[in-house]
Design a protein around this ligand. Structure first.
Ligand code: NAP
Length: 260
């Protein structure tokens, strides 16, 4: 099952760290050729070296900023130069700076929306011709439970950007279907990454206590969900979302977690 990505070409934006690196690892271990994109070349080189361990496909890197339309186009162009095709786009790059609503500036909102929402939309747009040409194009977005399902103080702009990805998803799925391209989204709960480490030990302990499975997710948990959406077996699924959160959104109150 789900072995159809072997020898397929995959772009993972934000593939140099965290969830994106986990997605890249899952695909590369299945024999896919993976282009990881991010802004920091040092992080890209380190990720490529790490991903090469156990990879059976090629790992390539490109430095590009998805908050700029030109950056999104560069990623698609480099994938075509290096691989000659794009079969799968994992639009995963994102940022999550926190700021309370009372302090929020227009610039704060624009920065988050540019990376998380516009970066998603224009990464997808840039890849449409190649995804269509592949005959089995797949797009997998990394959204979040934050915004579409839950809220968290400091993340009103972030939550809006993650919900915006899903609003985009519904219409994009209709427009892309005649081109043979599916587009779906994974909604991670709290996943253990370098980025989340910055939130501090207290935040992480609090999150673990609120998750029925009592652990943060692993980046590979998201990679496996992305692999499913990218597979031939998922070819009739489009415009859909999959929550991968260890049950985090289920308790209706803290009392639901007591005594379990
Ligand atoms: P992370 O560890 O901070 O990694 C973010 C990745 O995105 C890095 O590779 C970063 O590379 C890249 N990136 C950020 N802005 C970019 C830009 N403008 N252009 C190109 N690349 C950019 O974060 P993460 O936790 O893995 O998050 C990845 C995705 O998962 C995000 O969309 C986030 O919203 C979502 N998510 C995460 C969690 C979680 O618990 N970690 C939960 C729900 C959803 P550079 O900085 O070098 O550009």
């Amino acid at each position: 099952m789900f072995t159809s990505v072997k020898d397929r070409t995959v772009i993972v934006t934000g593939g140099s760290k965290g969830i994106g690196k986990g997605i890249a690892r899952v695909f590369s271990q299945q024999g896919a050729h993976v282009l990881i994109a991010g802004r920091d070349t040092t992080a890209l080189d380190a990720a490529a070296e790490s991903l090469a361990q156990g990879a059976t496909g090629r790992i390539e890197t490109v430095a590009a900023d998805v908050s700029q339309v030109d950056g999104c186009r560069t990623i698609a162009e480099v994938a075509l130069e290096r691989f000659g095709a794009i079969d799968v786009l994992c639009a995963n790059a994102g940022i999550f700076p926190d700021k309370l609503l009372v302090d929020m500036t227009e610039e704060d909102v624009d920065t988050v929306m540019a990376s998380n929402f516009k970066g998603t939309m224009f990464s997808v747009q840039a890849c449409i011709p190649a995804l269509e040409a592949s005959g089995h194009g797949r797009v997998v977005l990394t959204s979040s439970i934050t915004g579409p399902i839950t809220g968290y103080p400091g993340w009103s702009h972030y939550g809006a950007s993650k919900a915006a990805q899903l609003g985009f998803l519904k219409t994009a799925a209709i427009e892309l279907a005649p081109r043979g391209i599916t587009i779906n989204a994974v909604l991670p709960g709290n996943i253990a990454t370098e980025g989340l480490d910055d939130m501090g030990a207290d935040y992480i302990r609090g999150m673990e206590a609120a998750i029925p499975q009592r652990r943060l997710g692993a980046v590979e948990d998201i990679g496996n969900a992305a692999l499913f959406f990218a597979s031939d077996e998922a070819g009739y699924i489009t415009g859909q979302t999959l929550v991968v959160d260890g049950g985090q959104v289920l308790p209706e109150s803290p009392a639901a977690m007591e005594g379990i």
